[in-house]
Design a protein around this ligand. Structure first.
Ligand code: KG4
Ligand code: ZN
Length: 363
């Protein structure tokens, strides 16, 4: 008898339609992601209704292709895991209902996965040596948090954003600079053309919100406003590529510095709470694909004699392998759900964390 756990993962919470099959050895048997970038580009951001309809159009084909790629049939699966929140509710419903239908038709357990838990547990998919508890910087389009990951379903949130998320700040600032959607990768691309980052920082002074303050919270709306002010001061209608390059470079450096400062506090706090020989700081979520941010955090960890880990680039942005893997972790613990599991547009990883007061605080 084959005791290997195989989980089908489905992800539809934003603008990526994704299906994957992963086993409990950490093998990714298939991992397909269909981006809806083209559908949303004209609007400069994700349009929820368009996203939900596109998931409906493509999800069944993608699931079939993922099954074919894996060489398994549905009967060989141990369970079906689908993102059930947080996210755009129309899209979440599409993936969750598809997952439940497959589970019901093949008499398989269903697992309703918190999308953030997918990002949080990804490092253990690619590196089995990463043990609980570890420190996590979760930086995505909708969330920016520092958490202690104690196990599946067991999180302590030490910091969160008081306003915009880091990815949101990347995307909005890029839009102000006239760069195309999605902003994060485009800021990184143009910033990489800057040969003198120090001069760029000097030319465009930017605020570093909360830097030097206690705690692990974040604030990014002032940074975005400063970008707007700089752009408005540049000659209208004549935004030169060199200007945008330098501004993008200064922005990215500032982001990295602020994230470093907040993580520095978190590391000190982690070391005083947990005695581990060589603790691990993990960065995950879409913004974790940023190479400048990764490099800055790696240097920070070296200074603290900590291990730094970032998942492979393809697993930082939304994908279904991370949902399938969260399914594996939960399945192993018997944490399966019924077909009456409800979608949750807001779903904090640490429901007990004290609320933060700010304009755009996300769960
Ligand atoms: O995790 P993710 O794919 O979706 C959410 O759950 O939000 O994150 C998407 C975010 C977007 O804001 C995108 O601009 C940002 O990740 N992002 C980046 C980079 N690649 C993606 N931000 C900075 N640098 C990048 N290279
Ligand atoms: Zn995500």
């Amino acid at each position: 008898m084959n005791d290997t756990i195989h989980i089908l993962g489905i992800e539809t919470s934003c603008d990526e339609t994704a299906a994957a099959i992963v086993n409990d050895k950490g093998d990714i048997l298939s991992n397909l992601v269909l981006s809806q970038l083209d559908e949303h580009r004209a609007f400069g951001g994700v349009v929820p209704e368009i996203a939900a309809r596109a998931h409906i159009d493509h999800l069944h084909t993608l699931i079939k292709a993922a099954m074919d790629d894996s060489g398994l049939d549905f009967a060989a699966l141990s369970g079906v895991a689908a993102t059930s929140g947080p996210g755009l509710i129309g899209g979440v419903m599409v993936g969750m209902v598809a997952g439940k239908a497959i589970a019901a038709a093949h008499d398989l357990p269903f697992l309703g996965i918190n999308h953030l838990e997918g990002h949080a547990l990804t490092p253990r998919l690619t590196d089995p040596e990463i043990a609980f508890p570890y420190l996590l910087l979760l930086i995505s389009g909708g969330h920016t948090q520092i958490l202690v990951v104690e196990g599946p379903g067991r999180y302590k949130r030490w910091g969160t954003t008081l306003d915009d998320a880091a990815g949101e700040c990347f995307d909005k600032s890029a839009k102000i600079m006239g760069l195309p959607y999605p902003g994060g990768p485009n800021i990184q691309a143009i910033a990489s053309e800057c040969s003198d980052p120090k001069a760029a920082n000097k030319r465009f002074a930017l605020p570093k919100p909360l830097k030097g303050r206690d705690g692990c919270d974040f604030s990014f709306s002032g940074l975005k406003t400063a970008i707007r002010n700089h752009v408005e001061k540049l000659p209208a209608g004549d935004l030169k590529r060199e200007d945008i390059r330098d501004l993008a470079c200064a922005f990215q450096n500032t982001m990295a510095e602020v994230l470093k400062d907040r993580c520095n506090n978190a590391i000190t706090q982690f070391k005083s709470h947990y005695s581990q020989e060589r603790p691990v700081l993990v960065v995950s979520g879409g913004v974790a694909a940023n190479t400048a941010i990764r490099a800055t955090l790696e240097t920070l960890c070296e200074g603290h004699d900590m291990r730094f880990y970032a998942p492979p680039l393809g697993l930082c942005q939304d994908n279904a392998a991370m949902i399938a893997w969260a399914g594996v972790e939960r399945f192993r613990l018997g944490l399966v759900d019924g077909l009456d599991f409800q979608a949750r547009p807001r779903w904090p990883l640490d429901p007990g964390a004290p609320p933060r007061h700010g304009a755009g605080v996300k769960a």
